[in-house]
Design a protein around this ligand. Structure first.
Ligand code: DOR
Ligand code: ZN
Length: 444
């Protein structure tokens, strides 16, 4: 169905920025962008069947963004469908303004083989957004033997990661990087020295002391980042640091980049917004891996995004069941459900507060993720694929579990009031999410 989006304010940091334009979409592409596109003038160029089908959307005062791309989500299927399915995770993505997501390999079975990748791809074909499955680095994510990296590449996998766990054996990591480089694949590492973590459950510092919870030092993350930088230099394989959370980590990534090492990094909305102070009250929904860090770390992450040292913001959407998060803090599963709420949270808490600007945010949530995963170049220009999100910056709403499309209601932001909500999401020119009347609807 052709579509005409009227009077939206385009926010594309590399094309039109803060410009009110009309956008004409046909099939999966943006075919025209102009100050004003009138139906009458379309009559000259298109036949009546086109015009009869044309849907018009009045978008005054709403922003039109390029569809967000999430480098890091957990869709849980196969194996943990009680936490999330590919269908529900993609619905959450669409409701959050994402049009493409990369899903991590810690499913059951682990995505260490082409058959599991094919299964994820076939389920994804029926889903609301585009899915890029990440394969694992090691078989069954046990850290002992390499996964079938060549076969994974053949199956269309663009990146490998044992995310959720570090590859602790540095020799295995070296071999993985040598293989991956040969297949032009990205290696994404979850950086956490398990010996330094021990039985830790939250960031080491003032709050772990007063709360009496076992600590995880920042060094646990930093030691593995350092190792990965050294191995990237040795193997000439690009390395991507998942959910970077410490100030020292940001410094190390900056130094490595200066040296010309092929390193990229992401951080998460929760690490940019919260600190370990949020754990006061022992809410199991604040338990996440890596843990929420100090306010100095948070400041360094914000600065890292501003300076482009940290390339991307990725949700690390980690849905869990109510039972997984029930009980005491140190018994709870790690993770925060994030796809539904990330954009609204980042807008309300950071952009609207002048901590980050739209341009920085969209570089980190659209362009850089596309570059890192070597996807088609996104953007709101004529000829581009119509992957778009419409965002209403004035819409006030409250995060309630029933409003979340994800099965995972595990977010520390439950009950918070926000300004700014996704109104529509288009994937390949098709409306997949519609909240114009507040109906919060996914369209298949
Ligand atoms: O908090 C987390 N949850 N961090 C991870 O690295 C894994 C994830 C999960 O799979 O639940
Ligand atoms: Zn993760």
């Amino acid at each position: 169905m052709p579509k005409l989006l009227k009077k939206g304010i385009i926010l594309d940091p590399r094309a039109y920025f803060q410009e009110e334009k009309d956008i004409l979409i046909n099939e999966e592409k943006i075919i025209k962008i102009a100050d004003s596109i009138e139906v009458n003038e379309l009559r000259e160029k298109y036949d009546s069947s086109f015009l009869d089908k044309l849907e018009i959307f009045e978008l005054e005062k709403n922003f039109v963004l390029p569809g967000l791309i999430d480098l890091h989500t957990h869709l849980r299927e196969p194996g943990y469908e009680e936490k999330e399915t590919i269908r529900t995770g993609c619905e959450a993505a669409a409701a959050g303004g994402f049009t493409q997501i990369a899903c991590m390999a810690n499913t059951k079975p682990v995505a260490d083989n082409p058959a599991t990748i094919e299964f994820i791809k076939s389920q994804s074909r029926k889903a609301a957004v585009k899915v890029w499955p990440v394969g694992s680095i090691t078989k069954d994510m046990q850290g002992e033997n390499l996964a079938e990296i060549g076969f994974l590449s053949k199956a269309g996998v663009k990146a490998i990661s044992d995310d959720g766990k570090t590859v602790m054996d540095s020799d295995i990591m070296r071999r993985a990087m040598e293989y991956a480089a040969g297949f032009n694949m990205l290696v994404i590492d979850h950086c956490e020295d398990l010996n330094l973590v021990g039985e830790g459950v939250m960031n080491e510092g003032y709050y772990s002391t007063i709360l009496g919870l076992k600590p995880i030092p920042a060094a646990a993350e930093e030691v593995i980042i350092a190792r990965n930088i050294i191995l990237s230099e040795l193997t000439d394989c690009p390395i991507h640091i998942a959910h970077l959370s410490t100030a020292r980590g940001v410094e190390m990534v900056a130094e490595a980049k200066e040296k010309g090492i092929s390193i990229t990094a992401e951080t998460t909305p929760h690490h940019l917004i919260l600190t370990d102070k949020a754990v006061v009250g022992y809410d199991p929904n604040t338990r996440v891996n890596p843990p929420l860090r100090s306010s100095e770390d948070r400041e360094a992450l914000r600065q890292g995004i501003k300076e482009g040292i940290i390339d991307a913001v990725a949700t690390d959407h980690a849905p869990h069941t109510f039972e997984d998060k029930l009980g005491e803090f140190d018994q709870a599963a790690n993770g925060i459900s994030g796809l539904d709420t990330s954009l609204s949270l980042l807008y309300d808490r950071l952009v609207d507060e002048n901590i980050l600007n739209w341009s920085e945010l969209l570089e980190a949530m659209v362009y850089k993720p596309a570059e890192i995963l070597k996807l088609q170049e996104p953007g709101i220009r004529e000829g581009k694929t119509a992957d778009l999100a419409v965002f209403d910056p004035d819409k006030k709403w409250k995060i309630e579990s029933k409003a979340l499309k994800s099965k995972g209601k595990n977010t520390p932001f439950l009950g918070e009031k926000l300004k700014g909500k996704v109104k529509m999401t288009l994937v390949d020119g098709k409306l997949v999410y519609d909240n114009r009347g507040g109906q919060n609807e996914i369209i298949y």
